[in-house]
Design a protein around this ligand. Structure first.
Ligand SMILES: NC(=O)c1ccc[n+]([C@@H]2O[C@H](COP(=O)([O-])OP(=O)(O)OC[C@H]3O[C@@H](n4cnc5c(N)ncnc54)[C@H](OP(=O)(O)O)[C@@H]3O)[C@@H](O)[C@H]2O)c1
Length: 249
C-alpha cells in the first residue's frame, strides 16, 4: 500500500460550479494544497477573480466558462484542462440548481432546468472525463449529491429526484469502470452558499430560512473532497455524508 495521505500537489482537478459556494471552496482548498485547478461555471467574472487570487497566492488555476446543460461546452471544459495542464486526474461534477417548490406550484420550467443542470450536467461531465480517464489508465470522478439524495422532503420532490439520480449514476459508474478509476459521492447537508437564493416559491423560501441558521461553511465539504483525493490509488472512498451537527433530518 502506498503512503496514506498522498500528495494532491500537481494533480489536475476540474470543478464545475466553481464560481461560488462549495465549488469555489474546493478550488481554493485544493489549489492551496498544490493541485492545478480548472474552474468551470457561467459567471466568467467570478471565475476570473477567484483564479486571480489563487494565482496571486502562487497556485495554478484556469477559468473556463461553461454551461453544464450543454454537452459540447462540458467537453470543451475537459479538453481545455488537458490542453492546459496535460491530463485530468479528478473531475468534480458539483454545479447544481435548487429552486424548491411544491409539485402543485407546477413550475415546469424550473423542473426542466433542475434536471438539466443536476442530472444531465453530471452525465455530460462523465461523457467528457471518462474517455480521458480510460486513455490515462486512471482518474477520479467526484459527484456532488446531497442529503436530499438520501431522503425526500416536501417541496423538494424534483430536487431530491435529481440527487437520488446522481447517486444511482455514480454507483453505476463505479461498477462499470474497472479497477483503476475511482468514484466518490459527496452528500452535504445544509452548507453556506447561494443555492437557496434561487427559490422563487415564497413560502418555500421562507421555510428553508431555518436551515441557513445551522449551515456549515463550504470548506467543510471541500475538506471531505481533499480526504477522498488523498487516499492511495487502491482506496476508493465511495460516499461521504456530511451534515451540520445541528441538522436534525
Ligand atoms: N448548499 C447546500 O446546502 C447544499 C447541500 C447539499 C448539496 N448541495 C449541492 O452542492 C453543489 C454546489 O452548490 P452550492 O451549495 O455551492 O450552491 P451555489 O453557491 O449556488 O453554487 C452553485 C454553482 O453551480 C453553478 N451552476 C449552476 N448552474 C450552472 C450551469 N447551468 N452551468 C454551469 N454551472 C452552473 C453556479 O455557477 P454559475 O451561476 O456561475 O454558472 C455555481 O458556481 C450543488 O450540486 C448543490 O446541489 C448543496
Amino acid at each position: 500500500m502506498a503512503e496514506w495521505n498522498e500528495k494532491v500537489e500537481g494533480k489536475v482537478v476540474v470543478i464545475t460550479g466553481a464560481s461560488s459556494g462549495i465549488g469555489e471552496a474546493m478550488a481554493r482548498l485544493l489549489a492551496a494544497h498544490g493541485a492545478k485547478v480548472v474552474l468551470g461555471a457561467r459567471r466568467a467574472d467570478r471565475l476570473e477573480s477567484i483564479v486571480g487570487e489563487i494565482r496571486a497566492g502562487g497556485g495554478h488555476a484556469l477559468a473556463w466558462t461553461v454551461d453544464v446543460r450543454k454537452h459540447a461546452e462540458v467537453k470543451a471544459l475537459v479538453k481545455a484542462a488537458v490542453e492546459h495542464f496535460g491530463r485530468v486526474d479528478v473531475m468534480i461534477n458539483n454545479a447544481g440548481y435548487m429552486p424548491l417548490s411544491p409539485l402543485a406550484a407546477d413550475k415546469v420550467e424550473e423542473w426542466d432546468q433542475t434536471i438539466d443542470v443536476n442530472v444531465k450536467g453530471v452525465l455530460y461531465g462523465i461523457s467528457a472525463a471518462l474517455p480521458v480517464f480510460q486513455a490515462q489508465g486512471h482518474g477520479h470522478l467526484i459527484n456532488v449529491s446531497s442529503v436530499a439524495g438520501h431522503r425526500v422532503f416536501p417541496d423538494a420532490a424534483v430536487y431530491c429526484g435529481t440527487k437520488f439520480a446522481v447517486r444511482a449514476i455514480s454507483e453505476g459508474f463505479r461498477q462499470e469502470v474497472g479497477p483503476h478509476i475511482r468514484s466518490t459521492i459527496i452528500s452535504p447537508g445544509a452548507v453556506e452558499s447561494e443555492l437557496a437564493s434561487h427559490i422563487t416559491h415564497a413560502p418555500t423560501a421562507e421555510a428553508v430560512k431555518g436551515l441557513v441558521d445551522v449551515a456549515i461553511p463550504a470548506e467543510a465539504i471541500a475538506q471531505a473532497v481533499l480526504y477522498a483525493i488523498r487516499q492511495p490509488a487502491a482506496v476508493d472512498v465511495n460516499e461521504i455524508l456530511i451534515r451540520p451537527t445541528a441538522q436534525t433530518f
